[in-house]
Write a protein that binds this ligand. Sequence first.
Ligand SMILES: Cc1cc2nc3c(=O)[nH]c(=O)nc-3n(C[C@H](O)[C@H](O)[C@H](O)COP(=O)(O)OP(=O)(O)OC[C@H]3O[C@@H](n4cnc5c(N)ncnc54)[C@H](O)[C@@H]3O)c2cc1C
Length: 427
Amino acid sequence: MVSTSQPNTTAASGTALVIGGGIVGLASAYYLAKDGWQVTVVDKGDFYDNCSYGNAGMIVPSHFTPMAAPGIVAQGIKWLFNSRSPFYMKPSPSLSLISWGLKFLKHANEKHVKQSAPHILGLNVLSKTLYNELSVELGDEFGLAHKGILMLYKTEKTAEEEIHLAGEAKALGLELDILDSKQVQALEPDVQLDVMGAVHYRSDAHLYPPALIALLIAKIKAMGVRLVPNEEVVDILHRDGKITEVISETNEFHTDIVVLTGGAWLQGLAKKVGLSIPLMPGKGYSFMTTAFDGKVRHPSLLLEARVALTPMGGKVRIGGTMELGPINHHINMHRVEGIVNAIPEYYPGYRLPMPDKKEIWHGFRPCSPDGLPYLGYSKTINNLIVAGGMGMMGLSLGPAAGKIVAELALGQKPSADIILFNPQRYH
Ligand SMILES: Cc1cc2nc3c(=O)[nH]c(=O)nc-3n(C[C@H](O)[C@H](O)[C@H](O)COP(=O)(O)OP(=O)(O)OC[C@H]3O[C@@H](n4cnc5c(N)ncnc54)[C@H](O)[C@@H]3O)c2cc1C
């Protein structure tokens, strides 16, 4: 048996067990430990085999609309029938998929987007500030760079949609420029671009996720956080509205508070304490390439293709696709081909070879049906804080989620408004 109840020597009293050591769990551990909690993080993997490792590394205040946005449904239906398309939902009689899909449809409207935008932005802006602080506190070797992100478009239709969105972004206070093809080219003088234009979100940033995770792990270990890798949490016992024991494959944990992250596995974990948290894994792929030879200066999103391209430590990481459905580790090479083929359409000098299957990373975005995080205290289990469901922007939102977890644990007012993120909003 492992007891996380060790004597307290610091300000905040008590013990905290964090379930899941992706960016959300590690950031939670960091801010909890800073406040003086005795923290343990348990993970079924080795902390490097989750979604927080191979993602595109973009810090995105620009992504202020939830995934359930108007237009995505019609576009998604067109994409469903194309094996190389960036979006896929396997037609399936799975009840959870149908139920998630219905909730998604309910939220794919203008009203939901308008209502959610300031709340998502608030969390993103907080996180960006925290990343700046982390680059001092952890050391800046995780490559945090403030060059913004280029939203590249090739067609009139996308230009129109993107420029409309840019207007809303500006009204919300984001710094951006709308660029024609010559202006985009001037920002990227060393690579030829074939685009109609771009919105340059100057407020965005990027970083190298594997270095961030390694530095965060080293830091929290030095702060006394105990990391328990390769231990799957198999049960969570609770009595009278309180978690009494968390059981993993070979350990039992007793703790004052539990922070439940778990990424794409959150729904199953939450069920163990009677919480209904709808979630669908959204599989995506990425790979590294040396083809650009250090010549790309800015991260970009190739909008029509839904492909992300991020310079990272001299190489470039390319990522994309969203396959919604139960977790499976099959690498669909047709979709990878769709990603590879998109590159020369925007960067004509770069017809990349297909990467080897073993070089392709895959991860599961934890997607809530309304595109909003789950962040807050449980209403029914009073020593449980939930932090998850950050979908396409979990890396971006991780530090804010962690900071807010620590604030809630101390009974403080959170630094950003979390009213829409109630983890039990579907009860
Ligand atoms: C291709 C791609 C590109 C992306 N690009 C970006 C980007 O540019 N910017 C951005 O902000 N986001 C991006 N994302 C999304 C982002 O990576 C995720 O939202 C984020 O990593 C989720 O973090 P998390 O901590 O919630 O989950 P994870 O990182 O998945 O961590 C969850 C952890 O919980 C553990 N766990 C699960 N079940 C159990 C259990 N029973 N017991 C113990 N441990 C358990 C898992 O092992 C895992 O380590 C991208 C995703 C993909 C796929």
